[in-house]
Design a protein around this ligand. Structure first.
Ligand code: ARG
Length: 248
């Protein structure tokens, strides 16, 4: 009897030991970008990216660890191998493709312009025409930053204020420090619904595709992307997106 109990105990310990060291995949992102990543009521990161990544990790037998860093650090962090991948509502661009490899696309976005509700302008060019220049708030290193830098700052038509998060850029707009914020449309809708006195203008830039980013020599890229493709195929990804973007 004692022997049996000892054996059961040993088995339990071994099992506990194994599960305690269950390998995890680390995902880096910037968690102030609802509905793609935000802190849920339980204080844990959730959102479209987090839940899709969790489903992929589970399918591959890994735990998922989400690390909240600056968006600008996501690509360098993946390139250096510090994180296994980045899922951050990240737009696929030619420049980024030189640095990382992207999974299949799992969502699309458009850059939107958030302005105070009383604003009568229809787009960034109206600010330039009426006021001589425009002061744009963006999240640093995002496509909103890149596009407005090229089209307004580099052209001498305005300045771009770069914030650590989209949420911080919106706070700057509420405080009157910038004329508008250029950011992806779904986060824009979230920020406008969560804050009084803001509205969204018609989009300034064309549709973008979101994908997750891996180091070019990542050993798990192929398995991960295959699992993502299956979850897109079987409707899991759409189900997750519909949970976070109702009436999509
Ligand atoms: N789609 C934009 C880009 O790729 C913004 C992404 C910002 N993501 C975030 N998690 N804050 O540049």
């Amino acid at each position: 009897m004692k022997k049996i109990i000892a054996m059961i105990l040993a088995a339990m310990l071994a099992f506990a030991g194994v599960s305690a060291v269950a390998e995890s995949l680390t995902m880096c992102t910037n968690v102030a970008f609802p509905p793609y990543e935000f802190y849920g009521d339980d204080g844990q990161p959730t959102g479209i990216d987090v839940e899709i990544a969790k489903a992929i990790a589970a399918k591959l037998g890994y735990e998922l660890e989400v690390v909240d860093i600056e968006f600008a650090q996501c690509i360098p962090g993946v390139q250096s191998g510090k994180y296994d991948f980045s899922a951050a509502g990240m737009t696929v661009t030619e420049e980024r493709k030189q640095m990382v490899q992207f999974t299949d696309t799992y969502a699309t976005g458009i850059q939107s312009v958030i302005v105070p509700e009383a604003c009568e302008f229809e787009g960034l060019d109206d600010f330039v025409e009426e006021n001589g220049s425009v002061k744009v708030g963006v999240q640093m290193a995002t496509t909103g930053d890149l596009y407005t830098t090229w089209d307004y700052e580099d052209e001498g038509k305005g300045t771009v204020e770069r914030y650590a998060s989209g949420a911080a850029a919106v706070q700057a707009l509420l405080a009157g420090k910038v004329d508008c914020v250029v950011i992806d449309n779904e986060p824009a809708k979230n920020f406008v619904s969560q804050n009084e006195g803001l509205k969204i203008l018609d989009t300034a830039y064309a549709e973008e595709e979101y994908a997750m980013a891996f180091a070019k020599d990542s050993p798990i890229y192929d398995d991960f992307n295959a699992a993502l493709a299956e979850l897109i195929e079987d409707g899991t990804v759409k189900g997750i997106i519909d949970t976070f973007i109702p009436a999509n």
